[in-house]
Write a protein of this length. Structure first.
Length: 477
């Protein structure tokens, strides 16, 4: 069920009144659990079985870690959770990828593995809820969390529909305490929830989907387009993926607020970052913080010297790239970011990174502008590799960059690109200026606030009536 579809509005319109009318916490959580499984099963009911299996495994293992009489036994149970979860994820997501890799090696030796290929259907959101349940077991092992003894609460933590299929990847230490209490949304939460849903939907549909139609057409026919047009498509894709994913995250957070729950921010104006390290503190925050806390630190973090720190950064981002999909381009994308982060770490040395937000008045600072543009160009360039999944397409693209082909439509494509960049930048500036994703609430003129919000929603609805909804980019991960 897509957030940018009318069936989702119907779904939300049905469950919200029922949820509000249920008097007790236990009944509310059970109802939300059933609604979440219906939401997830709307794609394919078979996915629900795997979701339930992951839930039962980690619920049981969490209890066993707590009961274990020694640290060694606790560690063994935690490792069982890691092996089972990553085993399930690896089978569904990477089995054919590794078979194809072995097949290429085997073909040189006269050995064929094509008979091992399986027609595996990738469950939606498996990477997200796998990391979510993994963090639960690891946090219990690390002593940061006590396991819940309520299977309904834990099952809802794993399957909570607003963030189930594309995050944010929530930690049990943050979400489970909310689930264990009766959540009654207040007026402010409802107002913020509506604002996040409307602006998130606008970003997804009007910016992300519109940009995506340009990108899909151009990158599906690279041979038909000139050099400048392909560069424009690369920049437009960087806007598409940002608007698409940040829009989803805002809708997820807004929907959760209507139910009385608070989810973490997943984006904080990443294209205004001053360096690549800051970019990863602002882009897909729930994943980057997960990789830092559960992979980078487990590898040793920065505790074993400068060289080892850079190796740990590189490995973390390489595996972070692989998390996105079973394709070489994702591995290259992650590896490049690992390399860039390592270089930046070398440049700053032991100096602490300034993580304070950029002030709007500072945008006249030439050095700051250069840093922001340079960081954005790095992100846009690597997203190009992220988008072009086939090696032939990558080779053709870069050949057209080397062997430049002029176009009669260069200025037209520059205008389209600048339009998308400006609209996206406008949202970021408003968020920066107000310090909130619900920036329209900062308006003192309430009729004006209502008018702007209504206009955004009506324009989005009209567009939705005229076109089929595009899936969210991160659903494939």
């Amino acid at each position: 069920m897509l957030f940018n579809s009318f069936i989702f509005f119907i779904f939300l319109g049905v469950i919200l009144p029922i949820y509000y009318l249920i008097p007790k916490k236990k009944g509310r959580n059970l109802f939300l659990l059933l609604a979440s499984y219906f939401f997830y099963g709307y794609w394919d009911w078979r996915f629900c079985g795997l979701l339930l299996l992951s839930t039962l495994i980690d619920f049981y293992i969490g209890l066993q870690i707590e009961k274990a009489s020694s640290q060694k036994k606790k560690k063994n149970f935690m490792l069982v959770s890691v092996i089972i979860n990553l085993g399930i994820l690896g089978f569904f997501k990477y089995f054919n990828f590794f078979i194809e890799s072995f097949e290429k090696i085997g073909s040189t030796l006269g050995i064929h593995f094509d008979y091992l290929h399986l027609n595996i259907l990738l469950p939606v959101g498996i990477s997200f809820y796998t990391f979510q349940t993994l963090s639960y077991s690891i946090d219990i092992y690390r002593g940061k969390l006590k396991p819940t003894k309520n299977i309904i609460d834990f099952a809802l933590f794993v399957s909570f529909f607003p963030q189930l299929v594309a995050g944010p990847i929530e930690r049990a230490v943050d979400l489970l305490p909310q689930i264990s209490k009766k959540q009654v949304p207040n007026r402010i939460q409802i107002e913020k929830g509506i604002h996040l849903i409307v602006t998130g939907l606008f970003r997804k549909v009007m910016i992300g989907d519109t940009a995506g139609r340009y990108v899909d057409h151009i990158f599906s026919n690279i041979q038909d387009y000139k050099s400048a047009e392909l560069i424009a498509a690369a920049f437009i894709f960087s806007i598409q993926i940002y608007a698409d994913f940040s829009g989803y995250s805002n809708i997820a957070r807004g929907t959760a607020k209507l139910l009385g729950f608070e989810l973490m921010k997943n984006f904080e104006q990443p294209y205004l970052s001053r360096n690549i390290t800051e970019f990863w503190r602002r882009w897909h925050i729930s994943l980057s913080s997960w990789l830092k806390d559960y992979l980078y630190i487990s590898l040793g973090g920065n505790r074993k010297g400068g060289f080892k720190t850079k190796i740990n950064l590189f490995i973390t981002m390489l595996l972070g790239g692989l998390w996105h999909g079973a394709s070489l381009n994702f591995v290259i994308w992650g590896g490049l970011h690992g390399l860039f982060l390592s270089i930046h770490k070398k440049m700053i040395g032991s100096n602490k990174l300034d993580s304070k937000p950029v002030k709007i008045t500072s945008l006249i600072d030439l050095k700051l502008i250069v840093n922001i543009i340079f960081t954005y160009l790095i992100a846009a360039f690597t997203f190009l590799i992220f988008r072009l999944t086939k090696l032939d397409d990558q080779v053709l693209f870069f050949n057209k960059m080397i062997n430049w082909e002029s176009s009669d439509f260069t200025w037209k494509f520059i205008g389209i690109t600048l339009s998308f960049l400006s609209l996206s930048f406008l949202f970021d500036i408003l968020e920066y200026k107000t310090g909130k994703h619900t920036f329209l609430l900062a308006l003192k003129n309430k009729p004006m606030e209502f008018a702007i919000l209504s206009a955004l929603f009506l324009v989005t609805l009209l567009f939705m009536f005229q076109s089929d909804p595009l899936p969210f980019v991160y659903f494939q991960f």
